[in-house]
Design a protein around this ligand. Structure first.
Ligand code: UD1
Length: 356
């Protein structure tokens, strides 16, 4: 197939690009090389045999030209991260939603009917909790007063009892809690509108916490695994927020890329969402511990700090992806963390960056 891949120079994009090539696809790769992600002046060494174009999907003329003649689009280009305050909103809306809308409009004009979209588990917000009395409930946003007091678990919205963690499936409704999550939910809604209006197909890949080789380091978009390895490389303890018992599903980037390529190849009708997780949730504290051991560094420090807008637990049921697309994750947690630790030892230690 002739595939257009946006965000091809990014962390996940580079792995998707490599796997598309391995599977014999012809690729047109786009990236804007935005300076807050890619160090300024950094060249993009796209593999040979890939038609690489530098530009922004918000540029209507650029994107119209880019979709010409392709069979399918994998849309990864986005501003990631958390979105810490309201000032972030315009850039999330513009980068993620205006960009997607321009791309979809160009696809419709060019008759390109297959889309695979990078979405996120954060569209579900707090997901589900199980109350001993009220069963499955959707917890509300955590109050800052509760976080200050060290009450990190969101309570039952009816009786305020503690909740057991439940797994969200793809039918769970959206409840985005920050600018990034909102922009991802909106991307999905635009894509679904486009698919209905044009008869196109859209696979929404709701990624869990992706880690692995090539993770962004020392940028605002670094995930927690990368932040912890960087700290350990400086000889410092990983600083674990809240009480360290918040749960995430850390899924390896090669597995995420494989799921994405599979969806691009196999999903050809209608709109379908897929949770993309390893299926084995871990706590952030456990992950810090695993990396500290692998790098022979100081043990993690649990700080009690919090980020407003952070979801407490993000754990999903990813069985639909296994069932319908025949995907299985191949990298287990211990091996993946050991690989991350080994790779970080090959990098030069970065000078300590003063906290801003
Ligand atoms: C991550 C992704 C997001 C994706 C989502 C899907 C990043 C930067 N964000 O969000 O794009 O949509 O997964 O599930 O990859 N923490 C610490 N210490 C730190 C930094 C963070 O303890 O120094 C904690 C946070 O409070 C949070 C957890 O680690 O509880 C994960 O944080 P982070 O890696 O930023 O990812 P998410 O917010 O889960």
């Amino acid at each position: 197939m002739h595939v257009l891949l946006t965000g091809a120079a990014g962390f996940i994009g580079r792995h998707v690009l490599a796997q598309l090539l391995e599977r014999g696809h012809e690729i047109r790769a786009l990236d804007s090389l935005r300076p807050d992600v890619h160090r300024s002046g950094a060249a993009w060494a796209a593999p040979r045999d890939v038609e690489a174009r530098v530009g922004d999907v918000r540029d209507a003329a650029f994107v119209a030209e880019a979709v010409n003649g392709v069979d399918a689009v994998i849309h990864l280009a986005a501003k990631v991260g958390l979105g810490v305050d309201i000032d972030d909103m315009p850039d999330y809306a513009s980068s993620n939603d205006v960009g997607t809308a321009e791309l979809l409009a160009a696809m419709a004009r060019a008759g390109v009917s297959r889309l695979t979209l990078a979405s996120s588990m954060v569209v579900y917000g707090e997901g589900f909790g199980r109350c001993p009395e009220h069963g499955a409930v959707r917890p509300g946003p955590r109050l800052e007063s509760a976080l200050v007091a060290g009450d990190f678990e969101p309570p039952c919205p009816i009786c305020a009892r503690p909740l057991a963690v439940g797994l969200v499936d793809e039918e769970t409704s959206f409840d985005p809690r920050n600018a990034y999550a909102t922009s991802k939910a909106a991307q999905e809604l635009y894509a679904a509108n486009w698919a209905r209006a044009t008869g196109g197909s859209a696979a929404m890949m709701r990624y869990h916490n992706v880690y692995g080789p090539g993770m962004p380091r020392d940028t605002p978009y670094a995930g927690v695994a990368s932040i912890f390895t960087s700290a350990l490389r400086r000889g410092e303890a990983p600083r674990v927020f809240e009480d360290g018992r918040q749960r995430r599903d850390f899924v390896h980037v090669r597995d995420v890329a494989a799921a994405t390529v599979r969806a691009c190849e196999r999903h050809t009708e209608g709109v379908r969402a897929y949770n993309v997780g390893s299926g084995t949730p871990r706590t952030v504290g456990d992950m810090a511990q695993a990396l500290a051991q692998a790098l022979d560094g100081p043990p993690p420090v649990v700080t009690g700090q919090y980020r407003l807008g952070d979801v407490r637990h993000i754990t999903a049921d990813s069985s639909r992806l296994r069932r319908e697309l025949g995907w299985t994750p191949t990298v287990d947690f211990a091996d993946g963390m050991a690989e991350l630790a080994a790779l970080s030892q090959e990098l030069p230690a970065r000078p300590r960056v003063a906290a801003g």
